[in-house]
Structures are given as C-alpha cells and as structure tokens.
Design a protein around this ligand. Sequence first.
Ligand SMILES: C[S@@+](CC[C@H](N)C(=O)[O-])C[C@H]1O[C@@H](n2cnc3c(N)ncnc32)[C@H](O)[C@@H]1O
Length: 237
Amino acid sequence: MIENKTWKNTEPLFSAIEGFLSPEEGGFLFRMAGTCKGMGAIVEIGSWKGRSTVCLAAGARDGIKIYAIDPHSGSSEHKQQMGRIDTLGEFQDNIKKAGVGHKVIPLVKTSELAAEEWQGPIEFLFIDGAHEYELVKQDFELWSPHLIEGGIIAFHDSVDWPGPKQLVRDEIFLKSGYAEAGVVGSITYAKKIKDCGQMQMLGKKWKLFLKYFYDYGRTHQVPGWIRGLGKLMLPRI
Ligand SMILES: C[S@@+](CC[C@H](N)C(=O)[O-])C[C@H]1O[C@@H](n2cnc3c(N)ncnc32)[C@H](O)[C@@H]1O
C-alpha cells in the first residue's frame, strides 16, 4: 500500500513486480503521470504483471483513471520463450498489493478490440504492447488520435527494438505533430502539438542523431571515449 506518493516509496513496490522497465524508466512514468491535470485518461497498452501500471497509478493524482490494456496472454516473443501465458492473476495481485486498485481499470483484451469501444480524451498514452513494426504502428494509429493537444505519448523499447524504433523515427522525430521529444532509458516520449515548426523540427533531427549515436555506442565495440561521449549526451536527448 502506498502511504504518500513519492517515487522513493513507490520504488520498492515497483522492484517487487517482475517486468521489463528499469527504475529510471519507472521513475519517469511516475513523474509524467504526476503532471497529468485530469483533462483525459492515462492509457497503457501492454501491462504484463503491472510494473509500469503501478508507476502510472502511484504517480497520478486521485481521480485520474489508468486504463491498463492487455489480453494477458503475452507478446509473440514471450510465447516463443515460455509457451502458454496468463499474467492476469499476478497483475491483479500486484495492483492490489500496491494499493492502487481504485485507480486502475484493466481492459483484458487486445488494443485493437479496446480501441473499437474507446471514446474519451487521453492525456498520457504509454505504448508497450506488441513490438512488431506493423503492430506498434497500429497502436499509434488507433490511439494517438484520442491524445489531447499538449498530451504526452511514450513508447517503451524504442531505442533498440526495431519496430518501436522505426515508428518513433517516422512518426515522432520526422513529422511535425509532436514536439519536445526526448529519451529516458529505452523510452521515447513527446508532446502532441498542432505543428512544431521548423526550429523544433531541426532540434528533433539533432536529437534523433544523438539517439542513434547512443544506440550505436551501446551495441558496437567502440573506443571508451566514444562510449563516454554517448553517456554524456544521453541526458541531453
Ligand atoms: C513488454 S510487455 C509489457 C511490460 C510492462 N509494461 C511492464 O512494465 O512490465 C508486453 C505486453 O503487451 C501485451 N500485448 C501483446 N499484444 C498486445 C495487444 N495487441 N494489445 C495489448 N497488449 C498486448 C502482452 O500480453 C504483454 O503483457
């Protein structure tokens, strides 16, 4: 149960839940959820056992609902490794243990099915479902129209997974509908805007270059000074 909401007292609950988010990424979701003013819901696509859900719910002020969309049958990579999957029981237990059940509305279905019935505005959209390019694109196309202007979109695994990485390059960094793009761990985020203008476009292209530079340094044998430079640049993305 979270007594009063700080990342410091949420982190132990976060760490007790098996999942794919680093503490840095969890802290980011917690803080971004805390910036929501109640102008729309928080929507998460891909909850697994609730690690990211707990960060969003603990960070959000009371009255804001977190819609956690997941069929709880795993993504293709989980099914390949583990066979049949059912994460719903553990998800429900973890949400209850964290004391955030009153804020979380689980939609136990795929994002495609959930989108058919969705109506309201969204203030923060976190996409961490299927990672194949066509499926991340589908999530983006189905859900981003509901994001309010000034709302935040964030994609997990968008630095090194080919599908989300390509999607954020094409739709976030190279198009004008998003501004203030940044990277935290493997999360890329940006603010929805009508048109970010020439200067912001230039800034986003520079950030895209830094993002690829960072990823290259992480995944290839490079001299230590290049790796150090990449680390130095990362907080500037
Ligand atoms: C990488 S995990 C999510 C990890 C989670 N955010 C965390 O913090 O641990 C991906 C999740 O996406 C779900 N998923 C796969 N395809 C989906 C779809 N079409 N719609 C919604 N969720 C989906 C899987 O069941 C799986 O639980």
